[in-house]
Design a protein around this ligand. Structure first.
Ligand SMILES: *[C@@H]1O[C@H](CO)[C@@H](O)[C@H](O)[C@H]1NC(C)=O
Ligand SMILES: *[C@@H]1O[C@H](CO)[C@@H](O)[C@H](O)[C@H]1NC(C)=O
Ligand SMILES: *[C@@H]1O[C@H](CO)[C@@H](O)[C@H](O)[C@H]1NC(C)=O
Ligand SMILES: *[C@@H]1O[C@H](CO)[C@@H](O)[C@H](O)[C@H]1NC(C)=O
Length: 440
């Protein structure tokens, strides 16, 4: 039971220590040689001000501004006890406390703040899988460690010049027992894409004690098989009979692909021409970013050139892709040139773009609503918007259900024709049979 008064005494001491004393800042990070001002305030006049920095206690007198650590504040009569430390020393890392006389009683009032004297960390280390190259879709994980900073360094990640925000894990901060130096480590994970090839993954460390950031980096190499950029057969438009014809196919691959053209019985591996020089296969031209133009040149486009199919095979270590290329002397259709609209429907040769389609759909909807309104009004002898006073003698159920059964029949016959999607049936069941007539 003797513990109780002891505990009470301890509580009192804690309360007195924090009593009405305001210290700012509570924590500061400074480099060696920087200055720092710490201010303690109490809401009553004081007659003394002591500040403990490192192991030394300084008695601060407002008039004396000559020393390394001098009084700061608006005066003791305002309850202010501050210290201006002109040049921070390494050994002052730790607590700074002020000691003020109490308003009443014997126990002095103490306030404590923490000064971190910044210490530069060691260089960042980037730890990543040792293999020189990865494949598209591979999961990639790297870890960056910045050891022994005070406080811990800050890590940011970049892919070339662009800051990475996705796939960044929580940083982990550790320190050796008994040391206030902090080691920070952070992981980044990413699913590799073709765009990552050739990019530099950078771990950047920043710290109060460093004049500039330090970096550790590695280059990413991402391999992938040849890819086509558009699906389906390729048609080269706008060729002129008798003129030179260039068959361009743009593909993407890494590492660089080899190509092979097949024209009838002729197989051409660039750079090569056929015997009379009328067909030349060019080396794939690297456009950057893994994109290549693969080109076959026809010296003079003849009629039979337009009629046949050219086969292109593109191969690298990871796979191959094959293309069928056809020629056309027509101009490229307008719809393929302008990509302003993604939905284009060709109705009897007239192209309707998204806007027009939406307009037509809305117009049809409005028309349908109007028809329904009129039918409803006719059948019931009242208008929707004519108020409820008209709903008097006719029972609701008998009234509104009467016209419905024929409607349902119409719907039933409408459904199969919906599959054709080309016209709106008005219940004419002959419509689906009509279609073959108009198509032939
Ligand atoms: C510094 O002050 C904090 C409380 O403010 C205390 O917990 C810590 O022990 C002190 N450190 C030293 C070295 O006196
Ligand atoms: C970070 O990566 C290292 C090595 O790959 C691993 O040991 C560690 O557990 C990872 N830490 C986190 C937080 O993911
Ligand atoms: C590459 O081919 C595309 C057509 O596939 C063409 O538009 C482009 O001009 C070509 N670029 C070069 C540099 O040959
Ligand atoms: C094919 O590429 C060449 C440049 O190599 C370019 O001059 C030509 O316009 C391209 N042809 C087509 C049809 O894209």
């Amino acid at each position: 039971m003797a513990a109780l008064p002891a505990l009470f005494g301890l509580l009192m001491a804690v309360v007195v220590t924090g009593q009405n004393l305001d210290i700012t800042p509570r924590e500061a990070v400074r480099r060696v040689g920087d200055d720092l001002t710490v201010l303690c305030k109490v809401p009553y006049p004081i007659d003394a001000c002591r500040m403990t920095v490192g192991t030394t206690s300084y008695r601060l007198i407002p008039n004396n501004q000559e020393e390394e650590i001098v009084y700061a504040g608006q005066g003791l009569q305002h309850g202010e006890c501050g210290a201006h430390i002109k040049h921070i020393k390494e050994e002052w890392n730790g607590n700074i406390s002020c000691t003020l006389p109490p308003q009443t009683g014997q126990i002095e009032v103490i306030g404590t703040m923490r000064l971190l004297v910044a210490k530069a960390p060691a260089n960042p280390q980037l730890i990543s899988p040792p293999q020189p190259a990865f494949r598209e879709g591979d999961g990639f994980m790297a870890q960056c460690i910045v050891p022994n900073g005070r406080p811990a360094a800050k890590i940011t990640w970049y892919l070339d010049e662009v800051q990475l925000l996705a796939g960044i894990h929580q940083p982990v901060i550790t320190s050796e027992p008994g040391s206030d130096l902090k080691t920070i480590s952070q992981n980044v994970s990413r699913t590799l894409a073709p765009e990552d090839n050739g990019q530099k993954l950078v771990c950047r460390a920043e710290h109060e004690a460093l004049d500039g950031p330090r970096e550790a980096a590695r280059q990413l190499v991402v391999h992938y098989p040849p890819k086509r950029l558009e699906s389906g057969p390729i048609t080269i438009f706008g060729l002129k009979l008798g003129g030179e014809g260039r068959l361009n196919v743009t593909i993407r691959a890494n590492p660089a692909p080899t190509t092979e053209w097949t024209v009838g019985d002729l197989v051409l591996i660039p750079p090569r021409s056929n015997e009379d020089g009328s067909i030349t296969a060019l080396e794939p031209l690297h456009l950057g970013g893994g994109f290549y133009n693969v080109t076959l040149v026809l010296a003079r486009v003849a009629k039979e050139d337009v009629e046949r199919t050219y086969y292109l095979r593109v191969t690298n270590d990871l796979g191959r892709e094959e293309f069928a290329v056809r020629l056309s002397t027509m101009d490229e259709p307008a719809a393929r040139k302008s990509k302003t609209s993604y939905l284009i429907i060709d109705v009897y040769g007239v192209e309707l773009e998204t806007g027009a389609i939406v307009g037509i759909v809305i117009a049809v909807l409005i028309l349908l609503i109007a028809i329904i309104l009129v039918v409803f009004a006719k059948a019931t002898g009242r208008w929707f918007f004519a108020g409820r006073s008209h709903r008097t003698d006719i029972p609701d159920g008998a009234d509104s259900e009467a016209p419905l059964p024929p409607h349902d029949d119409v719907k039933g016959s409408e459904n199969p024709s919906h599959d054709h999607g080309e016209y709106i049936s008005n219940g004419d069941t002959k419509h689906p049979e009509k279609k073959p007539d108009t198509a032939v």
